[in-house]
Write a protein that binds this ligand. Structure first.
Ligand code: SF4
Length: 340
């Protein structure tokens, strides 16, 4: 029996690499995260920071080879998923944990009617009659906001618009009422209006079904709209983690400041957007010190040689930066704001 405070999902010191002809790419380098029942955790960072690799490792979706899990654990309600066999993982996927992707065609079969796909997903995991499964599929399509669900059941994915396909994919992911939905860049390919509708839909479904959501995004605007907590990743490491309020009102890591500079401001909309200069380090040969050192305006000598420890900046708010050291020079944090 889980205690109330015990997380639903716990990732502890996860390390993943890929064997390539050029050598070993250290894609995930000691990531620790928790996800509690019913909460929305956003993993944010640039392409290649390890967020999707981390998320896919929860369902063992990274191909082996070249993927090697070098260490750590991923526990779902206390059970270590990394020790599960393929057969055991098939029971977890779609039933306890579901995943949706940026491109719905990754999950939807273009050759089969949408209704049949959702009905089969129910029959795979639940002992119900085909008629009951069909009726649940119709209800689910209605719940995700598709009009005329009976008619939609008979259509193929290519007859849907991009936004409708995303809704159908969410319906298929949630139809067995999983405890966790992993959403990998679910709004990236959509236009802004549809993006915001999908974010609203996910929040509405979380409310109705109690599903915890792990959302992967590079978009701080989406984070602000949907997340309860945020993990900022850089070069395979979580550099800052905290509540959405911590990250937007009291961010402490220079990389988080860079991400905030690159989105329209909440209250200074006329300020120019400033992209982060430079590129992330090569993870074939990651730096021994802070991975952000080469791009950081506040870099000190120690940053090049030693990876900073994770330190607490407040309850549930952790930061990996030498600026947090008690003897570090004071830096004016222009993102610090009064709590409203
Ligand atoms: Fe910048 Fe140093 Fe902090 Fe890294 S540890 S973010 S280089 S100040």
């Amino acid at each position: 029996m889980m205690s109330e405070k015990q997380p639903l999902l716990k990732i502890d010191e996860l390390r993943i690499s890929f064997n390539t002809y050029a050598g070993k790419v250290q894609a995930v380098r000691g990531v620790s995260l928790t996800l509690h029942a019913g909460e929305v955790l956003a993993m944010v960072g640039e392409s290649g920071c390890g967020k999707s690799v981390t998320a896919q490792s929860i369902l063992q979706l990274n191909p082996v080879p070249p993927t090697v899990v070098e260490g750590g654990s991923i526990t779902l309600e206390g059970k270590d998923l990394l020790k599960y066999s393929d057969a055991e993982m098939r029971k977890i996927r779609g039933h306890e944990i579901s995943m949706i992707f940026q491109d719905p065609m990754t999950s939807l079969n273009p050759t089969t009617r949408v209704g049949k796909q959702i009905t089969e997903a129910i029959l795979k995991h639940q002992k119900v009659s085909r008629k009951e499964a069909y009726s649940r599929a119709v209800d689910m399509l209605r719940m995700v906001g598709l009009s005329n669900p009976e008619q939609r059941m008979r259509q193929y994915p290519h007859e849907f618009s991009g936004g409708m396909r995303q809704r159908a994919m969410i319906a298929m992911a949630l139809v067995c009422n999983p405890k966790i939905l992993i959403a990998d860049e679910p709004t990236t390919a959509l236009d802004v209006t549809i993006q915001s509708q999908i974010v609203d839909l996910l929040l509405d479904l979380r409310q109705k079904l109690g599903t915890a959501i792990l959302i992967i995004t590079h978009d701080m605007g989406v984070v602000a709209d949907i997340a309860d907590r945020v993990a900022v990743m850089y070069a395979g490491v979580v550099v800052e983690q905290g509540s959405v309020r911590d990250l937007f009102y009291h961010p402490r890591h220079p990389y988080t400041w860079g991400l905030l500079d690159s989105i329209p401001k909440l209250d200074h909309s006329d300020e120019p957007l400033i992209p982060i200069q430079g590129t992330p380090p090569d993870l074939l040969n990651p730096p021994k010190g802070c991975p952000f050192a080469a791009r950081c305006d506040y870099c000190m000598a120690v940053c090049h040689d030693h990876l900073p420890e994770e330190t607490e900046a407040g309850e549930g708010h952790t930061v990996r930066c030498w600026l947090q050291h008690e003897f570090a020079p004071h830096v004016n944090n222009r993102f610090e704001r009064e709590d409203k």
